[in-house]
Design a protein around this ligand. Structure first.
Ligand SMILES: C[S@@+](CC[C@H](N)C(=O)[O-])C[C@H]1O[C@@H](n2cnc3c(N)ncnc32)[C@H](O)[C@@H]1O
Length: 409
């Protein structure tokens, strides 16, 4: 899709083609049939642009829910966009600290964060290097009736000393981490590079920079608050909060229970000693990934009155069942030295038909283990019972735990 076709799509005749394409059968065969019919009456480039949007909107539902049906995307823009629930959480943090502030976004993509801040009452602007992506962001801003101009330009060349920047109270940046060479992990390879963004952030009163959840703690600036965010147990990203936006803690884990109307749970460091190392108890707790990334496993161990079976592995064990959003609880039925032969016999004896395998601190290949235990591919075991097999180690000893998830935990 080029800019001319996208602009044509936004014109009234393009909108008519888009609604006709959206109302048709959305299966791939259906879309191909629709494309053939539409091409008889309309410019093929316009029809292709409409079909692209219909496909992208379908894929975007996972991130944007019903709003996806009104928004515009590029493929890369959709892949890189912040999901709506996380963007809304971030926007609420901006609004709580900087009520009515104007925020400049460096590299705004298709505008998912821009929209969320606009909806939270924050005015601002975006700068975007790619002209088509900028055009798409403008269209999205217009769809929601927001006032957030998007300029095409290189964010690293935004004048920080010029009058233009004085108009803004804060910066936000979500540097690209998927380049033409694929996904990048080194913050120096972000686009723009993290160092360049942090240099700019240091020159304004407040800033937030979205980064990969795997960011090493050493890469977090001393004065920043780092926030790791998960949605329904999946770690999505980290954000560095700087200057007037940083909280009074150096790190936190924020858990959103779901994408729609999520409950938000926050955990911060409590200044605790390392958790106790102890024998396996009746319960195993698997901390949420955001808790692990934020190095807050000890805080969860305290919440559940537990300790670690191995000081290097983030499985908490406790004799008590303490409901917490920060970890999933499993009831431990058996603990045994890891042995495929013994496990196979035990699963058969227990009549296990559905097996979930989890591992931490073990080099075991889970697919191969499932096959070796008679649960390869779609094939289930012979029985009707369900079991969660946890493979880990204590010191150098490989251990298997036969567990069952505690309902609702
Ligand atoms: C991860 S995306 C932003 C996504 C956005 N937060 C959202 O949720 O829709 C990063 C964007 O930065 C843009 N970009 C990369 N380098 C840039 C630069 N030097 N100046 C301006 N934009 C840049 C890319 O084109 C990409 O659209």
């Amino acid at each position: 899709m080029d800019i001319a076709s996208f602009r044509a799509l936004l014109a009234p005749s393009g909108q008519a083609v888009l609604s006709e394409a959206s109302a048709a059968d959305l299966s791939e065969d259906g879309l191909l049939g629709t494309a053939t019919r539409l091409r008889e009456r309309h410019d093929p480039a316009l029809v292709a642009a409409a079909l692209t949007q219909v496909r992208l909107r379908e894929r975007a539902r996972a991130k944007f829910g019903a709003d996806a049906g009104r928004m515009y995307f590029t493929q890369a823009g959709l892949e890189q966009a912040t999901r709506a629930s996380v963007a809304a959480h971030r926007a609420r943090r901006f609004a709580a600290r900087l009520d009515g502030a104007r925020v400049l976004e460096l590299g705004c993509g298709i505008g998912a964060d821009l929209l969320a801040r606009g909806r939270a009452g924050l005015a601002g602007e975006g700068v975007e290097l790619d002209p088509l992506t900028a055009e798409v962001a403008r269209a999205n801003v217009a769809v929601f009736g927001l006032d957030a101009p998007v300029r095409v330009g290189d964010a690293t060349k935004v004048s920080l000393d010029g009058a233009a920047l004085d108009e803004f109270d804060a910066l936000f940046a979500d540097p690209g981490r998927r380049t033409a060479r694929g996904r990048v992990f080194d913050p120096r390879s972000y686009e723009p590079p993290l160092d360049a963004v942090l240099d700019m952030a240091a020159k304004v009163p407040a800033a937030c920079v979205k980064v990969a959840p795997g960011i090493p703690h050493e890469a977090v600036p001393d004065s920043a608050e780092a926030e790791w965010i998960s949605v329904h147990g999946d770690v999505k990203e980290a954000a560095l909060w700087l200057g007037g936006l940083a909280g009074d803690v150096e790190r936190r884990a924020t858990l959103l229970s779901s994408d729609i109307d999520p409950e938000v749970s926050t955990l911060t460091p409590q200044g605790l000693d390392d958790p106790d190392v102890r024998a396996w108890g009746r319960y195993l707790y698997e901390p949420d990934g955001a808790v692990i990334r934020a190095h807050l496993v000890g805080e969860v161990a305290q919440l559940v009155d537990g300790g670690l079976a191995d000081s290097h592995i983030a499985y908490i064990t406790s004799d008590r069942l303490r409901p917490t959003p920060f970890a999933t609880a499993y009831e431990v039925e058996d603990v045994m030295p890891f042995s495929v032969k013994r496990l196979r016999a035990e699963l058969r004896r227990r009549g296990i038909g559905v097996l979930t395998v989890k591992k931490r601190g073990s080099a075991v290949d889970v697919d191969r283990l499932r096959r070796d235990l008679g649960f390869g591919g779609r094939k289930a075991g012979r029985g009707a019972q369900e079991l969660t097999l946890v493979v880990t180690r204590v010191g150098r000893d490989p251990v298997a735990l036969l567990t069952r998830p505690v309902p609702g935990r």
